[in-house]
Design a protein around this ligand. Structure first.
Ligand code: HEM
Ligand code: HEM
Length: 201
């Protein structure tokens, strides 16, 4: 019989159910953010309803990521991390830096997406979230302190969101991360992936 532990919190050997749910929900949201934005670019014509819907889904998934990563960081701070599987110091350092970088992109990608977008977000077509350029923060910081128009401000931010993060850095980090998990599972045959899936030994 497979023993499934219902622990909410992490243990020395496994992530708890909350960390697992948040982790895999986050993975789904990243997939959804990518699918919606590439669907828009590759399969829709500009200024059609499909184009707008796909964009709004991208924005909604992105905003969800922004909210959930905050919950995730709070939960992480309240929990011990499971002990790593045996490996060299260098491997442990690489895993640490990789996870750290993933947290950084989970924060920076939604922020650059939000502040560089010239349209409001129709959050899953339920309610509207005003665009950044309509907020007082934009007025105070970007217009009054920096003396920039939205067009001037948007350009470098969009470059970071689309060209650096979207097209390159996130792919490298996520594929590297998932690849490392599969390497542990199938080549090193340790419990790294199991810690994040089942708690059965
Ligand atoms: C972690 C969350 C996010 C991820 C992974 C993500 C990823 C991407 C990617 C891959 C692209 C296409 C890059 C390219 O042109 O090659 C993109 C474009 C874009 N993103 Fe995001 N994004 C996220 C969050 C957001 C948020 C929160 C917003 C705004 C509220 C946003 C607004 C946009 C806009 C307006 C575009 C341009 C769409 C287009 O030109 O078709 N993104 N994003
Ligand atoms: C198919 C895709 C994925 C697989 C197979 C996977 C697998 C794993 C595994 C096995 C761990 C535990 C590693 C350990 O404890 O040493 C882990 C942790 C982690 N994953 Fe993923 N993951 C995937 C997608 C993602 C995505 C899309 C993100 C975020 C963008 C992400 C962010 C993280 C983070 C930040 C941790 C560290 C958790 C912590 O200890 O705070 N993962 N992942």
């Amino acid at each position: 019989m497979i023993e499934v532990s219902m622990a909410f919190k992490n243990s020395d050997t496994d992530y708890g159910s909350i960390a697992k749910w948040i982790h895999w929900l986050m993975a789904m949201l990243f997939l959804a953010a990518y699918v919606s934005v590439y669907y828009r670019q590759w399969f829709t014509e500009a200024k059609t309803p499909e184009n707008w819907t796909a964009l709004q889904l991208h924005l909604s998934f992105g905003v969800s990521i922004m909210a959930i990563v905050l919950l995730r960081l709070v939960w992480r701070a309240m929990n011990k991390s499971p002990k790593p599987e045996p490996g060299t110091n260098l491997e442990h350092l690489a895993a640490h830096l990789g996870h750290y970088a993933l947290y950084v992109i989970m924060i920076i990608a939604p922020i650059t997406g939000y502040i560089g977008t010239g349209v409001h977000t129709e959050f899953f077509f339920l309610f509207d979230i005003p665009k950044f350029s309509d907020t007082v923060l934009f007025q105070y910081i970007v217009v009054e302190s920096w003396g920039l128009t939205f067009k001037e401000f948007e350009k470098p931010i969009d470059f970071i969101h689309k060209e650096i993060l979207g097209a390159w850095l996130m792919w490298i980090l996520i594929v590297g991360h998932a690849g490392a998990a599969l390497f542990h599972h199938f080549v090193k045959k340790d419990r790294t992936l199991k810690k994040m899936t089942s708690s059965a030994p």
